[in-house]
Write a protein that binds this ligand. Structure first.
Ligand code: BES
Ligand code: ZN
Ligand code: ZN
Length: 501
C-alpha cells in the first residue's frame, strides 16, 4: 500500500482523522514526552488501557483501541519497549509494525505522533526512522492479485505527521520516504516473476532511473561483450534465448573526490543450467537478481539525495538456463581480465558474471573502492540464516565502513574469514581457476573467486543469499518475498563516505 506522508504541525485537538498511531514505551507515564499534546479523552483511554493491561507498551506489541474521542475515533497503540533500551532499529521496527497494521485498516487518513520520548534514542532523526519504518512496513506486492471479495481496499492512505514538540523536519520525513521508496522499488523488482523481469527489463529500469535523475546509462550488448572479452558472462548467457546485458549507470557530483563502484548480480532466473537445480523451491531463483535490485534501488535514492561522491553502478544480467547452446561442465572460458576459468558447475554462475563485471569496472573506471552484492551461495543461508549478510573483503578499512553502514541501516553484515588457504580450492587443474572448490566453506570460496577480478582495488563482497527474501522477525520486512536488502546500507555508506587511502 502506498503511504502519502504529510507534515503538518496541526493541533491534534482540531484535526479529524480516522486513527492515530501512538508509540508508547512500557515504562512511560505518557505525561512528558509530547504525548501530553494528545486530546485529553484519547489520552485518558490510552492510560486506562495501560492500567488495565489491555496494552503493555512492550516491544513488538500493539493494540487497536477506541479512543472515546469523536474526531479521532481509533488509537493504534504501538509498544516500543523500555525507554532506556530504545535505539534506531527499535523505532524503525515499531513503525514497521504500525505500517503493517495500516494495510488492514480501513482508513484514508491517519496520523502518527512524533514525541521526544523517541528522540532521545537515536542520532538519526526520529521522523526519518518513523516514516522509513511505516512505508517499509506497509509494502505489499499484489500486482498479480485481484482485490479480495470485491472490497475496494484503499490503495493509499494519507499519513499526517503530528509533531507538537517540533522534533523532526520536513527534510527528515522526506528522507525517510525516499529511502523506503528506493527499498520498495528493489523489493518489487525482486518479486516480479522471471517471465516479466528479464535482463532487458532491468536495463529499462536503469534507463528510467537515469532519465529521472539525470544520470548516464549505458547498456552493453552481447556483441560488445564479445569484443571486450567477457567470456564468463557470455558463457552463462549461452543457455538462454534472452540476450545478456551489462548495465552501467553513472552518478557524478562536481565536487566529488572519489569514485565508488557498486556491482549487483542480475541473474533474472537461475535454473542452475546444465548442473540443473532440484525442483524444490526452484521458483525462488527469480530472486537471483536481488543484488541488481539493491543497486538500482540505491541509485534511485542517490539520485534524490545528491551525495558528494561519484558512483558507478554495474549490473551484469542474464538468465541461467540449460538450453541447447548452454555451456557444459568442463568447458573452459576466458574472462575479461584474461584469466582462464574451468566451469565445473554451471550453477556457480554468479561469480562468473560478477567476475567479468568487476574486472570491467576496475579497468574502465579505476574506482577508489568497489562493493558487490550478490545472492551468491546457498551456503551463506546455512551459515548466517536470513538475518545477516555475509561479507568477504581485501580491505579492513572499507569493511569497517560497510559494517557501520550495515548497523545504522539495519542491513547487518558479518565478515567471514578469507585466509589465503581457502583460495587453494579454486586453483584450476586445466586452467588458471575453476569456478567451484572442494565443497566446504562455499561462501568464502565464492567470495575469494571474485577477488581475482578486482586487482588491488579495495573491495567488499556482500553475499545476500539469506537476507534477500523470506526474512522473519523484523517488523518492517514483508512476511514473504523480497526485502530490498542492501539499498539502505549502500545509501548510508555513500552518505557517510570517508575516503579510502
Ligand atoms: N543463486 C545461487 C545461490 C543461492 C541458492 C541463493 C539458494 C539463495 C538460495 C547460486 O548461483 C548457486 O547456485 N550457487 C551454488 C554454488 C555451488 C554450485 C558451489 C550453491 O549455492 O549451491
Ligand atoms: Zn546458481
Ligand atoms: Zn545464482
Amino acid at each position: 500500500m502506498e503511504l502519502n506522508i504529510e507534515y503538518s504541525n496541526i493541533s491534534l485537538t482540531n484535526e479529524k482523522m480516522e486513527a492515530l498511531v501512538v508509540f508508547v514505551a512500557e515504562d512511560s507515564d505518557l505525561r512528558g514526552s509530547g504525548l501530553s499534546a494528545l486530546p485529553s479523552q484519547l489520552k485518558k483511554n490510552l492510560v486506562d488501557s495501560m492500567k488495565l493491561k489491555v496494552f503493555s507498551g512492550k516491544k513488538g506489541k500493539s493494540q487497536q483501541l477506541f479512543s472515546g474521542y469523536t474526531k479521532i475515533p481509533q488509537i493504534l497503540a504501538v509498544g516500543v519497549g523500555k525507554k532506556a533500551e530504545l535505539d534506531a532499529e527499535t523505532i524503525r521496527r515499531s513503525a514497521g509494525h504500525a505500517g503493517k497494521l495500516l494495510t488492514s485498516l480501513k482508513a484514508n487518513k491517519v496520523g502518527f505522533v512524533v514525541s521526544s520520548l523517541l528522540q532521545a534514542a537515536s542520532e538519526t532523526d526520529v521522523g526519518q526512522l518513523l516514516v522509513e519504518g511505516l512505508v517499509l512496513g506497509a509494502y505489499e506486492f499484489n500486482l498479480y492479485k485481484k482485490p479480495q471479495n470485491n472490497k475496494s481496499n484503499p490503495k493509499s492512505i494519507k499519513i499526517h505527521c503530528c509533531d507538537p514538540e517540533k522534533i523532526t523536519s520536513l527534510k527528515a520525513l522526506k528522507a525517510g520516504k525516499i529511502r523506503a521508496d528506493g527499498t520498495n522499488t528493489a523489493r518489487t523488482l525482486g518479486n516480479l516473476p522471471a517471465n516479466d523481469l528479464k535482463p532487458k527489463d532491468l536495463a529499462t529500469e536503469a534507463k528510467k532511473i537515469a532519465r529521472q535523475y539525470k544520470m548516464e546509462c549505458t547498456v552493453l550488448e552481447e556483441k560488445e561483450m564479445k569484443k571486450l572479452g567477457m567470456g564468463m558472462l557470455l558463457g552463462v548467457s549461452r543457455g538462454s534465448r534472452e540476450p545478456a546485458k551489462l548495465i552501467i549507470l553513472e552518478y557524478n557530483h562536481q565536487k566529488a573526490k572519489q569514485t565508488l563502484a557498486i556491482v549487483g548480480k542480475g541473474v533474472t532466473f537461475d535454473s542452475g543450467g546444465i548442473s540443473l537445480k532440484p525442483g524444490k523451491n526452484m521458483d525462488e531463483m527469480k530472486f537471483d537478481m536481488c543484488g541488481a535490485a539493491a543497486v538500482l534501488g540505491a541509485m534511485k535514492v542517490i539520485g534524490q539525495i545528491n551525495p558528494k561522491l561519484n558512483i558507478v553502478a554495474v549490473i551484469p544480467t542474464t538468465e541461467n538456463l540449460p538450453g541447447g547452446e548452454a555451456q557444459r561442465p568442463g568447458d573452459i572460458v576466458t574472462a575479461h581480465n584474461g584469466k582462464r576459468v574451468e566451469i565445473l558447475n554451471t550453477d556457480a554462475e554468479g561469480r562468473l558474471i560478477l567476475g567479468d563485471a568487476l574486472s570491467y569496472v576496475v579497468k574502465e573506471f579505476k574506482p577508489d573502492a568497489v562493493i558487490d552484492l550478490a545472492t551468491l551461495t546457498g551456503a551463506c543461508v546455512t551459515a548466517l540464516g536470513h538475518l545477516t549478510t555475509g561479507a568477504i573483503t581485501n580491505n579492513d578499512d572499507l569493511m569497517e565502513q560497510v559494517r557501520i553502514a550495515g548497523n545504522s541501516s539495519g542491513d547487518r553484515v558479518w565478515q567471514l574469514p578469507s585466509f589465503p588457504e581457502y583460495g587453494e580450492a579454486i586453483k584450476g587443474k586445466y586452467a588458471d581457476l575453476q569456478n567451484i572448490g572442494g565443497g566446504d566453506s562455499g561462501t568464502i570460496v565464492g567470495g575469494m573467486f571474485l577477488e581475482h577480478f578486482v586487482a588491488d582495488t579495495p573491495w567488499v563482497h556482500l553475499d545476500i543469499a539469506g537476507t534477500s527474501w523470506n526474512v522473519k522477525y523484523i517488523a518492517y520486512q514483508p512476511n514473504s518475498g523480497a526485502t530490498g536488502v542492501g539499498v539502505r546500507l549502500l545509501v548510508d555508506l555513500v552518505q557517510n563516505w570517508t575516503p579510502t587511502k
